[in-house]
Each structure stands twice: as C-alpha cells, then as structure tokens.
Design a protein around this ligand. Structure first.
Ligand code: MG
Ligand code: ZN
Length: 223
C-alpha cells in the first residue's frame, strides 16, 4: 500500500512541474489559459462555440480539445472559427500537463490572447491534474441533477468559475437550484457563478465579460 501511494505522489509531482512550465509559456506570451471541465454532455463544446463566435475579432482564441477518441469537438471549435488542436488521450479519462505541453507546441502562442482547454468529460480525475492554465472552469448542467456538488466534492471544491448550463430546461426537470447552490457554497464559498443557457444565449454576456476581463489581465501581466 505505501509503495503505491508513493508512485501516485511521484506522478502528480512530475505533472505539477510540467504544469508550471506550461504556465510559464502562457505567461510569457500573455495568453490566458482556461481548463474547462464537466461531465459528458454538460455543454463544454457548446460553450466554446458560443465563446469563439462572440469574441471573434476581439480576442485571438485557440482551443485544445481532449477526447478519448474522435476529433468531433475540435472540428466544432474549428468550424466556429478557433484554431483547434486535438489531443486523443488513447483511453485516458483526463488530460495531464504533458498532453497539454505537446499541444502547446503546435500553437503560435505569441499570436493568441485566450486558450481554452476542453478536458475529457469526467467529474473525477481531471480535478487532480493541473495543466498550467490560469483558471479552472466547471460547467454543471440542469439535467444532471442538483446533487452533483454533494457527489463530486473534489471537482466542485477546486474550481475558480462555475457555470450552470441549460437553465432553459429548469421548467421541465427536477432541479432544486437552492439545494445545488447550497452544496456548492459548502465546498467553494463565493465561487464566481454564471447561470446560462447555451441554447437560448441567456446569461452568456456576463460570462463573456468575465473572459474578456481575465484575458486583459493576462496581457497586462505578460513579460
Ligand atoms: Mg465536448
Ligand atoms: Zn482520468
């Protein structure tokens, strides 16, 4: 048992060092990096499509798409107008810093303002692997149910921004917003939260404002 714990700690330690290197590259180029996490189907790719279309002409944006197989999501990001790099994880259920490092090598960072990393759809292990991005963004969605903060505390505890997507479905599904928010508040008090619908566009302007402000901060901090 202790041996196995040591191995896991070494892997995470190596990942952290690479994440720091990734962060240094982003900082040097003045690129804001976002690590977008969610369960499958919560709306990561839809949010990326909206964000790319809305900010075209204002921010130079690239997407790194992590998927177990296929390039469907990277294709959607590219169709929306982003530079897109696909990572096929070969069965791994999360991205790690070395995968992101490889993808960064395919991008001209000096020509970018914003990098969105779409993690593999999974509410468990993506939370354990730092990528070197500046903010961790979690998308929850109404059809998943209001119990998710209680069931996946590791994910909800570690994120900087929370989106609650598919609010247009609130009249049709059982989702107690107060219970959901209470669970979040216990784990991550005061976390910046946006309630949105990627289908109707409701709530997205506030998210876009936040992204632009955060990207401007990244440029000011660039060496
Ligand atoms: Mg997706
Ligand atoms: Zn995993």
């Amino acid at each position: 048992m202790p041996q196995r714990v040591a191995v896991v700690e070494n892997i995470l330690g190596a990942n952290d060092r690479l994440a720091d290197e990734n962060r240094a590259r982003l900082d040097a180029a003045g690129v804001l990096g976002l690590n977008l996490m969610a369960s499958p189907g919560a709306g990561k790719t839809s949010l990326i499509e909206h964000t790319v279309r809305a900010l075209a002409g204002r921010l130079r944006l690239a997407v790194i798409d992590g998927d177990i197989a296929t390039s469907l999501d990277a294709d959607r990001a590219a169709a929306a107008g982003a530079t897109a790099v696909q990572i096929n994880t070969g069965g791994e259920c999360h991205l790690d810093a070395v995968m992101v490092q490889g993808a960064l090598g395919q991008l001209d960072l000096t020509g970018l303002d914003l990098l969105i990393v779409e993690n593999v759809g999974n509410l468990v292990c993506p939370a354990s692997f730092r990528l070197g991005t500046h903010h961790s963004v979690l998308i929850a969605s109404v059809p998943e149910g209001d119990d998710k903060p209680y069931k996946y505390p590791g994910m909800y505890r570690g994120v900087d921004v929370l989106l609650i997507n598919k609010t247009d479905l609130l009249p049709y599904v059982t989702f107690d917003m107060a219970r959901f928010r209470q669970g979040v508040e216990i784990l991550n008090p005061g976390v910046r939260t946006f309630a949105v619908s990627c289908r109707t566009g409701e709530g997205l302007p506030a998210w876009l404002d936040w992204v632009q402000a955060a990207a401007a901060e990244g440029r000011r901090g660039a060496a």
